[in-house]
Write a protein that binds this ligand. Structure first.
Ligand code: APR
Length: 225
């Protein structure tokens, strides 16, 4: 069976990383457009770099949780593809082997001159940190208003799923939220979120629970099927 997981910030909440839509549209005290848009970067690059420097440092101090780990168990016996909106690497650190980062990766940076020039980066990124062509480096993050280059790949994966698990996302940010529309009719869908944005139906099983409780349950159901 092919299982596609669509994860959002909620799966990493219990590892200690904050979700986005829980503080009146502010993100660590900032308007999202100020710190997560191309305009924000050109208006105040130091503020943006500092924001991501703090998040990068925090990421290196946290660990994957039971939910990330339970998803790895599905790989013995099934093809599993994780499509995540998260920029953290907690799925990889838990051991998941195929992870598609729709919104980029916090532990990578790229050239502002050539978007294909991407490199690993685990320390602070500052103004004056240049690529080999002498252009400023920026976080490898998809900001609001930017294209989502891996969207086509994600659509192809979900369109061939037999089972879809959605976890920890408010399903508010498009195009990611629209991915579920591409799941085939026959696919069973599980939705795990303590404040689920959709209701149970014939096709969708909703577990109004935290990821570390709900995901191990779903994994057990699937494994015993
Ligand atoms: N377990 C599971 N879900 C949880 C938990 C938990 N312990 N705690 C909170 N949640 C749920 C919330 O109920 C909410 O539905 O996680 C969801 C988080 O929603 P958002 O903060 O909107 O995160 P997400 O959907 O991933 O945001 C999408 O928006 O800001 C951009 O690019 C950013 O990738 C991000 C995108």
């Amino acid at each position: 069976m092919k299982i596609v997981v669509l994860s959002g910030a909620g799966i990493s909440a219990e590892s200690g990383l904050k979700t986005f839509r829980d503080s009146n549209g502010l993100w660590e005290g900032h308007d999202v457009m100020e710190v997560a848009s191309p305009q924000g970067f050109s208006n105040n690059p130091n503020l943006v770099l500092d924001f991501y420097n703090k998040r990068r440092k925090q990421l290196l101090e946290v660990e994957p949780n039971t939910a990330h780990k339970a998803l790895v168990e599905l790989e013995s016996g099934h093809e599993v593809v994780i499509i995540t909106q998260n920029v953290d690497d907690l799925h990889e650190r838990a051991g998941s082997s195929k992870v598609i980062h729709l919104h980029g990766e916090l532990l990578k940076v790229r050239s502002t001159f050539d978007e294909d020039l991407v490199m690993d980066w685990r320390t602070d990124l500052n103004m004056g940190d240049f690529c080999e062509h002498n252009h400023q480096l920026r976080p490898h993050i998809v900001w609001f208003g930017e294209a989502v280059p891996l969207m086509e790949t994600a659509i192809d994966e979900i369109a061939t799923a037999d089972c879809v698990i959605i976890v920890g996302t408010s399903m508010q940010v498009y195009p990611a939220a629209g991915l579920i529309e591409y799941a085939p009719e026959h696919a069973s869908v599980y939705f795990v979120d303590p404040y689920p944005s959709i209701r149970s139906s014939e096709r969708i099983t909703v577990l109004a629970e935290k990821a570390t409780i709900g995901i191990p349950k779903v994994v057990e159901w699937i494994s015993n099927k």
